[in-house]
Ligand binder design. Structure first.
Ligand code: AGP
Length: 613
């Protein structure tokens, strides 16, 4: 989820680009850069300035090495391919072409090899650099800037929004979109391109959004839209009413709600380029070269903290059922001090959104000191945990700004599910038929998550009705017990209501003493093999006056009789149900926090990444 800004007009480009990138910093940054037609492109052509780290480093570089001109583009990078470095920072140049990009080019390696076979050399590890070489290659074949770009776009597979400059045409910016956003800002004798509205609002509120498969030629005076085949497109501009801060949340009241609603796309991006439905298989390039090691693993120790630990508890069910690998799950803070007997043919797998959690990192180091291979699932490229791991599977959730983890959690489950199918198929314990079904279910999942996200009013009403409660109990069985824990954590960490997650079958061994009319009890009740057992747990709760909030894919008159509230979710296989059941719990926690007027995105006492013990 990178930040993109382009400008063509009468102002000095550098300050416009820098300020626009600052407005987009919430989209994540590990490096940044600009490309500007120096002095109108007359003498020096396009000059590029790039720096690693915060935007202030780029600002300082531009002060030391200024570039004057009124046409250019800027980029803040959230790494997906290639570690954060100056070489990997955008913009990327090849010959006459300079490109910035947001997204994931799935077939970049294939294109890179073909271009290298034509004698082209690459300076970065990024998928983006392939785009600049591809366009330049067509330019060298005699195509115009626009036709060369269009020809290149047709070869790209995956998600991309790009802005392109060409040395030969200083009066024009090209931009194109597929699956990641591009918005064009329309000014007076100036026009803007950005990945998001906040970068534009200081200059114009008149915008045009590109749709997938569309590109635009942008000059000082006009913006011409077309599809990738060159068919012209007419579109009425819109006027944005948001202020900048609201725009950074895409109109949502809080980053947390925005990130809850980003989950369909985050799940799509995490599976992008990794599923092979026709082969009933999963492709994990980063794991393929370690196949001997992976086949030798006879036990996995999952280590994590907080929400990531809940993902590991569910991941245990995935790996044990699909890959037949025994799994133990430990808090990072526990494993690091436990004298683990793990040794040969075991592996340690750290799960972390930030990749900086001290306890999880220490646990990983502890596993490595036992001689175990170190695996990681992480959302931040080249963070401490990935850097200390032998093999990394990245989630592509994009930056998670809100302290409470939501899209990171569902993409961690997605990654663990992908890994389990990958290992199960390679170990010969997961047959083709089941593999295909598991992948088809995953492909359908984002739309099912989106369906739940259209029912927030019902959940908001429930949150208000029970928002006064002092305690909540969350119950779930099997692979949904971790979801009960996650739902309880979400509620307590953002609404400050005490909540406990418990295995539904354990309720009679103590917690039932807590049940009374004041205690809402959230019960996760998918139509699975233990449905009847959990239903009987609910009857025990109801008999003691508990207020039951049931979340299920199978409402029934019997359920309606004993539950005070029923939230229905779509149905899928029992291993993906945890992701669908999580969404209402996130929304319940969010609206409870709003009802209690807490600091939703920055709850008291909490930090986004706990980098200390
Ligand atoms: C969950 O909402 C919290 N933000 C917290 O429990 C978090 O999951 C935990 O600190 C682990 O963080 P990590 O995933 O970055 O390692």
């Amino acid at each position: 989820m990178c930040g993109i800004i382009g400008y063509i007009g009468h102002r000095e480009a550098a300050p416009v680009l820098l300020k626009g990138l600052q407005r987009l910093e919430y989209r994540g940054y590990d490096s940044a850069g600009v490309a500007i037609f120096a002095n109108g492109g007359s003498r020096d052509g396009i000059l590029v300035r790039r720096s690693v780290g915060k935007l202030t480093n780029l600002d300082r570089l531009l002060q030391d090495q200024p570039v004057h001109g009124s046409i250019g583009m800027g980029h803040t990078r959230w790494a997906t391919h290639g570690r954060p470095s100056e070489e990997n920072a955008h913009p990327h140049r090849a010959g006459k072409i300079v490109v910035i990009h947001n997204g994931i080019i799935e077939n970049y390696l294939d294109l890179r090899h073909k271009l290298q076979a034509k004698g082209r050399t690459f300076n970065s590890e990024t998928d983006t650099e392939v785009i600049s070489h591809l366009i330049d290659d067509y330019i060298q074949q005699g195509l115009s800037f626009t036709l060369a770009t269009r020809a290149a776009l047709k070869q790209l597979e995956g998600a991309f929004s790009i802005v392109v400059l060409c040395e030969d045409e200083p009066g024009k910016i090209l931009t194109a979109k597929n699956a990641t956003p591009i918005v064009i800002g329309l000014g007076e004798h100036e026009n803007f391109v950005a990945s998001d509205v906040p970068a534009l609002l200081e200059y114009t509120r008149k915008v045009t959004f590109l749709e997938d498969g569309e590109m635009a030629e942008v000059t000082r005076e006009y913006v011409t839209l077309s599809d990738f085949q060159g068919q012209p497109i007419e579109r009425e501009p819109r006027t944005i009413e948001w202020d900048t801060v609201t725009a950074q949340k895409s109109g949502y009241k809080h980053f947390l709600l925005k990130e809850i609603h980003e989950q369909p796309q985050a799940i799509i991006d995490t599976m992008r380029g990794r599923i092979l439905p026709e082969e009933s298989d999963v492709s994990l390039g980063e794991f393929d070269e370690h196949s001997e090691l992976l086949n030798s693993i006879q036990r996995i120790a999952l280590v994590a903290c907080g929400t990531a630990w809940h993902a590991c508890l569910a991941g245990k069910f995935y790996l044990e059922e699909l890959a037949r690998i025994p799994v133990e799950v430990d808090y990072g803070s526990e494993f690091r001090y436990r004298n683990s007997p793990l040794e040969r043919h075991a592996a340690i797998l750290a799960v972390s959104q930030s990749g900086e959690t001290a306890d999880t990192l220490a646990a990983l180091e502890g596993g490595k000191s036992l001689g175990l291979p170190a695996l990681a699932i992480c959302n931040v490229v080249d963070a401490s945990i990935p850097r200390r791991s032998d093999i990394v599977l990245y989630t592509h959730a994009g930056p998670e700004i809100s302290v409470a983890s939501t899209k990171a959690f569902t993409t961690q489950l997605t990654a663990l599910y992908l890994l389990s199918v990958y290992l199960g198929r390679r170990r010969g314990v997961l047959d083709e038929g089941r593999g295909r079904q598991l992948i088809d279910d995953l492909i359908n999942l984002p739309a099912q998550v989106q369906e739940i996200l259209t029912k927030t009013k019902h959940i908001e009403k429930i949150a208000k009705k029970y928002g006064h409660a002092k305690d909540f109990l969350y119950l779930g069985r099997g692979v949904n017990y971790p979801i009960a824990l996650e739902g309880a954590l979400k509620l307590k960490e953002i609404s400050y209501i005490h909540a406990e997650g418990y295995p539904a079958g354990e309720m009679k061994h103590g917690p039932i003493a807590l049940i009374d009319e004041e205690m809402p009890v959230v019960v996760l009740l998918p139509k699975d093999p233990v449905y009847a057992k959990t239903l009987s747990n609910m009857k025990e709760v109801e008999a003691r006056g508990g207020r039951i909030i049931a979340i299920t894919d199978a409402p029934s008159p019997e359920l309606e009789d004993i539950a005070w509230e029923v939230i229905q979710v779509p149905t899928t296989n029992h291993l993906l149900m945890p992701i669908l059941l999580t969404i209402p719990l996130q929304l319940l926690a969010y609206y409870s926090a709003v009802y209690r007027d807490t600091d939703v995105d920055q709850p008291r006492n909490l930090a986004k990444s706990v980098t200390v013990e």
